[in-house]
Design a protein. Structure first.
Length: 300
């Protein structure tokens, strides 16, 4: 039996308030949906915020083309169950049109290419705000975000020039061509997310639970066998018992060795963890400020 966690329902109230505040201040909001636990939680909160109506905005998935099949299957099932509208922006289309160039070398990652596709998609939808599931505990660059995060007309973010947010007053004013990112989960932690998922019995993709999978360890990251990940000279696949703490591009999302097969197991494991969930993301290891550099350019 899973115990109730009262504090996460206080966070729920805050997030629902922010969801409604976004709806009140903006005309064309969208919700960025990756298929991971945070974006699934965002959909759950949106359903609560606007019930009994359907979710009154489009879900936007920026598809790198290197997704885990389980992620896409779960995404499509959730969209059908909620009756939501889904818009998929394809990184492959950005490559084919010459907007971005595929990385060279073995196992190129498309994670950094998402920025152009995201900005093009928001422009196509004429979105004035994009809700995201970013949390301040994930990574030091995300800790600098406000609830309402301003982007200039080039989609860029300036961490040193953000608007004050006092007494839950949020300034969504923008000039033509500018937009905002809104982060209703800012005050949540990874532990809060899993405790709330357990309390609400929210279905999750199987990738989050312990299973057997072939992986290769590269630079301290366990990369899963897939058509997108090729072995380097001297490497071989090794079957291990793993799960994923975060879900993204298969070429850079690392697994963690784990026997956590239930929500209770995951909560206990997160409580004992000494590495952040993004500690297994190889793209975040490219430089000390990798995430902040991408965010300044318009990345989520």
């Amino acid at each position: 039996m899973v115990l109730s966690h009262d504090h996460v329902h206080q966070l729920e109230s805050e997030s629902i308030f922010l969801m409604r505040e976004v709806a009140a201040q903006f005309e064309r909001p969208v919700l960025l949906f990756s298929g991971g636990k945070d974006s699934i939680l965002m959909v759950h909160l949106a359903r609560k915020a606007f019930a009994p109506a359907r979710i009154p905005f489009t879900l936007v998935h920026i598809d790198t083309g290197h997704n885990f099949p389980e992620t896409l299957e779960f995404r499509d099932r959730l969209v059908d169950e909620t009756g939501s509208t889904l818009h998929v922006g394809l990184v492959q289309d950005s490559i084919d049109s010459g907007r971005v160039k595929e990385e060279e070398g073995p196992n190129p990652s498309r994670n950094g290419l998402q920025t152009v596709t995201l900005l093009d998609t928001l422009a196509e939808l004429k979105a004035d705000v994009a809700r995201g599931g970013g949390r301040r505990d994930e990574e030091k660059a995300r800790a600098k975000e406000r609830f309402f995060s301003h982007r200039d007309r080039f989609g860029q973010w300036d961490p040193k020039n953000q608007r004050p947010e006092l007494w839950n007053l949020f300034n969504g004013r923008r000039n033509p061509g500018e937009h905002f990112r809104a982060f209703p989960l800012s005050n949540w932690t990874e532990m809060d997310v899993w405790q709330y998922i357990a309390d609400e019995e929210i279905p999750m993709p199987s990738l989050y639970f312990s299973h057997q999978r072939n992986v290769v360890e590269r630079d301290g990251v366990l990369l899963a066998e897939s058509e997108f990940n090729q072995l380097m000279p001297g490497e071989s696949w090794d079957e291990r018992t793993i799960r994923f703490r975060t879900i993204g591009d298969a070429t850079c999302t690392g697994a963690t060795e784990s026997t956590a097969a239930t929500l209770e197991d995951i909560i206990a494991e997160v409580a004992a963890a000494r590495q952040t969930e993004r500690g297994g993301r190889s793209d975040d290891k490219r430089s000390e400020a990798a995430m902040e550099d991408r965010k300044k350019q318009g990345y989520f």
